[in-house]
Design a protein around this ligand. Sequence first.
Ligand SMILES: Cc1cc2nc3c(=O)[nH]c(=O)nc-3n(C[C@H](O)[C@H](O)[C@H](O)COP(=O)(O)OP(=O)(O)OC[C@H]3O[C@@H](n4cnc5c(N)ncnc54)[C@H](O)[C@@H]3O)c2cc1C
Length: 323
Amino acid sequence: MSNALVFCSFDAGRDGIPAGAEEVLTLARKIAAARGVDLDWLVVGAKPAAVDEIAARHGVAHVDQIDDAKLAEASPDLLVAALAGYVSQHSPGLLMMTQTFDARLIAPRLAGRVGAGVVMNVVDLEDTGGGVKATSTAYGGDTRVEYDIAGAAVVGVVADPLLPEPASSSSSPESRSVAVDLGGVDERIQVVQKASTEGPRLEDAQIIVAGGRGLQESENYALVERLAEALGGMAGASRPIVDDGWTDTAHQVGLTGKITRPVLYLAAGISGASQHMVGCTAAKTLVAINTDPDAAIFKYAQYGIVGDCLEVLPALTKAVKGG
Ligand SMILES: Cc1cc2nc3c(=O)[nH]c(=O)nc-3n(C[C@H](O)[C@H](O)[C@H](O)COP(=O)(O)OP(=O)(O)OC[C@H]3O[C@@H](n4cnc5c(N)ncnc54)[C@H](O)[C@@H]3O)c2cc1C
């Protein structure tokens, strides 16, 4: 079927599937059904083992793969060229990707290359009969904007506010190998240093204790780390204290940090700015400790402690340790 809707993954996470893939597939299935077109999944690079099973659960018709040796170390110029090659062969009506750092870099360039519309930060999509209405966040999550796009489009979807639903249909996806010519591509972006990806990731943590500027001094970040350790979780941080070097960027939660979805998120001395909340509102239970009873974070928290986190954090650590 032509003008299929294509979910594209090229930045597989540690388990091989990009975080939020199933949420985006759920949304993609809705649009594909409204249009009466196939939903396909394009994997650029090595195909993670779980792709076929997940694709089948979401009614995917074809699992396409571009597996060129040059893509082993995925680089933006190569990815844009590979995707543009795919688009010229398959002419998808809509190409969706989970919004990651790489997607931000690639989607606009791809759209420019193939003459398609592009919308990033998408949280919902509706078919308009030939086009699509994309609802997207703007100004760091403070507002929402609706775009009407006629014709083909590339969209980066923020999977976080979406919920994966059990697939209503199942399929036996056909695997197709797609060849594209990457011979003439010169990678202009050189990676000179990679952030360490050793150890557990904040995005996967079930329990996070995060600290903000209310901790007052860098030494007090240890109070957050101690409670996180006692609870068997990980320590998170708001951006200002990362900027000030109290901890490293791997711990930053929020719009320009990590998007987390723990069972428990405990925020100590964090005001609740929208840019921070983007990274933790998917938590099942949010607990806030703040001296200001009117702090914005209490609007999001299921449990609030109005108090000094320099006193409350050690008391909680002691209680958890049974002291
Ligand atoms: C484009 C953009 C992207 C951004 N991305 C991010 C991001 O990814 N992550 C992020 O976190 N921020 C981000 N920010 C910054 C964001 O807007 C806020 O400035 C930041 O989240 C505030 O951090 P904070 O809550 O630690 O500090 P503050 O806003 O200063 O809040 C400190 C809080 O601590 C409370 N407090 C003070 N003393 C105590 C005490 N002893 N005990 C308990 N509570 C106390 C205060 O009442 C206050 O509510 C971004 C901003 C922009 C413009």
